[in-house]
Design a protein around this ligand. Structure first.
Ligand code: SF4
Length: 237
């Protein structure tokens, strides 16, 4: 059995209470986002991934009836046994809502996942990392790999969106526009603040200060917005 750091299991106890697990899959198939090094958390060894995931999922209690699964990529990168185990745990623990992450490139796999869980009475929410609705910035600087500019079209198959703030060039107006666009098109918005990692994209302290002084107070209490000040989303697809 793999040794599991408890950081792979956590609870969100403020808004949208839920348990959250960081599982390991075969790895993000995009891997090109310039700000991300989370995709390094993967293994091609399915048995080893399943053993690790089994151990992490053992911590789930079902106390909030809601579970978020993240895996530094997309749900399609998880092995079939892990997906089956997630389903079994949801049923055993009476979890009625599950959250998965998914990169744009796998959007056509979403309906099947939704219907598989729905067949067992579990509602699947799918989160996409868009980071910003400024297409040029997103695709030329962040290399996000979303070949669609329309927020409505991007949102069509998804429920929740992740945004990434604290980057050079962002302003109060641009970040506010991203949040408002997210709120119009998605059920929930998750704001991540960039933190230093091994990539060349660095957090911009001046932009973070602008966010904290102008937008954080405005949106902090909005029930549809999660604000993760330490970018703990592990690189949502
Ligand atoms: S942010 Fe998500 S999609 Fe982009 S490289 Fe990282 S894990 Fe892959």
């Amino acid at each position: 059995m793999e040794n599991v750091s408890l950081t792979r299991y956590s609870e969100i106890t403020e808004k949208n209470k839920r348990e959250i697990v960081l599982l390991r899959g075969s790895g993000c198939k995009w891997r090109r986002c310039s700000f991300c090094d989370y995709h390094l958390d993967f293994s091609p060894d399915e048995d080893s991934n399943y053993a690790l995931n089994q151990e992490v999922l053992r911590h789930v209690t079902g106390k909030y009836k809601r579970l978020e699964v993240i895996n530094s990529g997309s749900f399609v990168d998880l092995d079939a046994r892990t997906l089956r185990l997630i389903m079994d745990i949801c049923m055993q623990k009476a979890i009625t809502e599950i959250h998965f992450e998914c990169h744009w490139m796998h959007r056509n796999d979403v309906p099947q996942l939704r219907s598989t869980f729905a067949a067992h009475g579990i509602h699947a929410n799918i989160k996409i990392g868009v980071e910003t609705f400024d297409t040029i910035y997103r695709e030329t600087i962040l290399h996000k790999g979303i070949d669609e500019s329309s927020p409505e079209k991007i949102a069509a198959g998804f429920d929740e969106v992740c945004l990434l703030f604290g980057l050079e060039g962002q302003t109060a107006a641009s970040m506010r526009h991203d949040i408002e666009t997210g709120l119009v098109n998605f059920r929930r918005v998750c704001v991540n603040i960039m933190v230093e990692n091994t990539t060349k994209i660095k957090p911009c302290p001046a932009v973070i200060e602008v966010f904290m002084n102008t937008l954080y107070p405005l949106y902090r209490d909005n029930e549809r917005i999660d604000i993760l000040l330490e970018n703990t989303d592990f690189g949502v697809g």
